[in-house]
Design a protein around this ligand. Structure first.
Ligand code: ZN
Length: 310
């Protein structure tokens, strides 16, 4: 059950009130580590490739093919997803490469233009069996600035999903991209209101800035897909820095690369267990979700200024 469709992973999780971890890849080490961490947790997982990641590599195909190959040899279901495509060309390139899930982000546009553009992309994708996530109520941090003030209106969200036919919706509820501290205040009441207004799975972006207990509470309130990028970059870079300072004479990237990879894998395992991402055969038939109990928050350490979009 290696390479999986997003719907196979996300719909049972939504029905059961479980979270799904969606982690941003930078290099192949990230993909290997994320899948190793998911295998250790016995949980499905999403590998995400952002437009910024593609810009870093200067090409889409090598990193996409690497992720698809890593997914194909996994022992847990792995979906490979294009994150934050700002134009339809990238969506078409993703389809060409065999990705069956994309996020089309026209949230910077006025509402009517966001609807028109997203509906067009969704139609194109659905003709090809591709899952489409879109965003309403621009989530902060994409330009490197943290604006936790944006909010998605529940009624507008319902109209947006109906008009665009998207399969999942990223909403602004207090989180912000690329935060190095984990103190974003997530509006749980708003998540609950959006969840009641919208049937498709909801996506929390900028989850690295949200403390563990608040992530669990957000899932309890109605979030399903939890996007995490910066948190993995923090643990990766800390492990690499630690190894290089301990072994200053090393020249072999495998010494510090494997340390970074192991740090990501164990953080992914920890996060997926916390999100309740591991599936059981009973869960698909589970009844309506109940709000999860709030657990104690755990703050992350200092991090690195890396890719602003997750
Ligand atoms: Zn995002």
């Amino acid at each position: 059950m290696p390479l999986a469709a997003m719907r196979e992973i996300i719909l049972p999780a939504q029905a059961a009130g479980r979270g799904i971890g969606a982690f941003n890849v930078i290099g192949i080490e990230h993909a290997e580590a994320i899948v190793a961490g998911a295998e250790a947790a016995g949980a499905p997982v999403v590998l995400q490739i952002s437009e910024n990641c593609i810009a870093y590599h200067g090409a889409f195909a090598p990193i996409a093919r690497a992720c698809l190959a890593v997914a194909t040899s996994a022992t847990v279901p792995v979906a490979v997803h294009l994150d934050h495509a700002s134009g339809p060309e990238l969506v078409e390139a993703a389809a060409e490469l065999g990705l069956a899930s994309v996020m089309y982000d026209a949230s910077r546009l006025p509402y009517a233009s966001n609807v028109g553009s997203t509906a067009q992309v969704a139609r194109w994708c659905h003709d090809r069996g591709i899952w489409v996530e879109a965003e309403l109520g621009e989530i902060g941090g994409k330009n490197g600035l943290h604006s936790p003030l944006a909010r998605t209106d529940p009624d507008e969200a319902a109209r947006f999903v109906a008009a665009t036919t998207v399969d999942a919706l990223a909403v602004a509820v207090g989180s912000s991209h690329a935060m190095l501290t984990r103190d974003a205040v997530v509006d749980l009441g708003l998540i609950d209101r959006i969840r009641r207004a919208v049937r498709v799975p909801l996506v929390l972006h900028g989850s690295s800035g949200v403390a563990d207990g608040d992530l669990v509470a957000a899932i309890g309130a109605g979030m399903t897909k939890v996007n995490i990028a910066t948190q993995l970059n923090k643990v990766f870079t800390a492990a690499v820095r630690h190894t290089l300072s301990r072994e200053p004479a090393t020249v072999d990237p495998r010494s510090y690369g494997s340390a970074g990879r192991e740090a990501i894998a164990s953080e992914v395992t920890r996060l997926l267990r916390m999100l309740g991402a591991g599936s059981t055969s009973q869960e698909v038939a589970a009844g309506p979700r109940e709000p999860a109990a709030r657990t104690g928050a755990q703050a992350g350490g200092a991090g690195e200024p890396l890719s602003p979009v997750e």
